[in-house]
Design a protein around this ligand. Structure first.
Ligand code: NDP
Ligand code: GDP
Length: 324
């Protein structure tokens, strides 16, 4: 039986990846950092909380990673742990650098110490393209990070490549464009919108306050994207791959579709609040996923309309239950 080890297992992608790998017959381990309340809600939502093995650890504490890897003895490590919210990275830049940047070095060093044959996946991001110099971004597009988060991710990205070139590790990086689901954090714009739509529809809220409505993102479904991570670690050679849908949509258009799901007009409820504008935003991202399609046979299967409908439906159910 193959064994996988996931940092960030309690996050959106960690939960979907756990379910995916369990279905593939893997034994799944993950590190769970110490918190005052349980963080297994997403794993429970997908019905896998009792099937994964959680070990104490934190990516900023290398000893904890070494002990966890010695216990799990994995074939594959997926480094998904991060302070992952761009907005918060201006408020907590040092923590973001430590977790999102140095955290990856800690995981790679732990792998070198425990077993350099372990295959490694780094959760890189389209945010690294930032103020992109090309309208559609591929593996060859230059990087121009625009936030402490994106800088930390770029550091981790190059560290991954460097460990491959220096030590021969099977180290891959997936440059994933935004991917969402009913398990997305509530502070991200997609989930903030679908949660807002549900609250307004059910009479719990009257308006939705957002920042830059012109921003455009290439949004896909997290459940599709975790498969690409696994495919990278099963490939013949380690590499970097852009993972995206190839379509870009504005925040404004996302609002329109989400409100339409419940028969409302977004213009009646959405207010622009400068509080949610960023010191330096990323205006538009759109990925060219041709390489992952040709080399690893991966392709997004969920459309944006399907994704938004799924998220609105889940939020209507959740907000409805909260009220009951
Ligand atoms: P989430 O924010 O949902 O999950 C982040 C995970 O990291 C959580 O499990 C969190 O634990 C954990 N974590 C945070 N700090 C530490 C720490 N110091 N030690 C150990 N674990 C820690 O992110 P996603 O699931 O959406 O994303 C997964 C990864 O992919 C992240 O690295 C993200 O930056 C990256 N990414 C995401 C994209 C997206 O669109 N979703 C796009 C491209 C890249 P806890 O539950 O305790 O908070
Ligand atoms: P990101 O691409 O990782 O930064 O994902 P987010 O979902 O946080 O933001 C996507 C885009 O939506 C960014 O350009 C934000 O500026 C924009 N946006 C507009 N209003 C909001 C808001 O209220 N919250 C968030 N999180 N983003 C917003």
């Amino acid at each position: 039986m193959r064994r996988a080890f996931i940092t960030g297992i309690t996050g959106q992608d960690g939960a979907y990846l756990s379910k995916f790998l369990l279905e593939k017959g893997y034994k799944v381990y993950g590190v769970d950092r110490r918190t005052s309340l349980p963080t297994t809600e997403r794993l429970r939502y997908l019905g896998v909380a009792d099937e994964v093995m959680l070990l104490d650890g934190d990516v900023s504490d290398q000893g904890s990673l070494v002990r966890a890897l010695q216990t799990a003895e994995p074939d594959e490590v997926y480094n998904l742990a991060a302070q992952s919210f761009v907005g918060a990275s201006w408020q907590q830049p040092v923590l973001t650098m430590a977790t999102t940047g140095i955290g990856a070095v800690n995981v790679l060093e732990a792998i070198r110490l425990v077993n350099p044959r372990i295959r490694f996946y780094q959760a890189s991001t389209s945010e690294m393209f930032g103020l992109a110099t090309e309208p559609v971004q591929s593996e060859r597009t230059p990087f121009h990070p625009r936030s402490p988060y994106a800088i930390a991710k770029l550091f981790a990205h190059w560290t991954t490549i460097n460990y491959r070139e220096s030590y021969g590790l099977f180290a891959c990086a997936g440059i994933l464009f935004n991917h969402e689901s009913p398990l997305r954090g509530l502070e991200f714009v997609t989930r903030k919108i679908t949660d807002g739509v549900a609250r307004i529809k059910l009479g719990v809220a009257k308006e939705l306050r957002l920042g830059n409505l012109d921003a455009k993102r290439d949004w896909g479904f997290a459940g599709d994207y975790v498969r690409a991570m696994w495919l990278m670690l099963g490939a013949e050679k380690p590499d970097e791959y852009v993972v995206a849908t190839g379509h870009t949509t504005s925040v404004r258009e996302f609002c329109r579709i989400a409100f339409e799901c419940v028969g409302l007009n977004w213009k009646d409820y959405v207010t622009v609040d400068p509080k949610f504008a960023r010191p330096a935003d990323v205006p538009t991202l759109c990925g060219n996923a041709e390489r992952v399609k040709v080399e690893l046979a991966w392709q997004a299967t969920t459309t944006l309309d399907e994704l938004i409908a799924m998220m609105v439906e889940a939020d209507l159910k959740r907000v409805g239950n909260e009220r009951a």
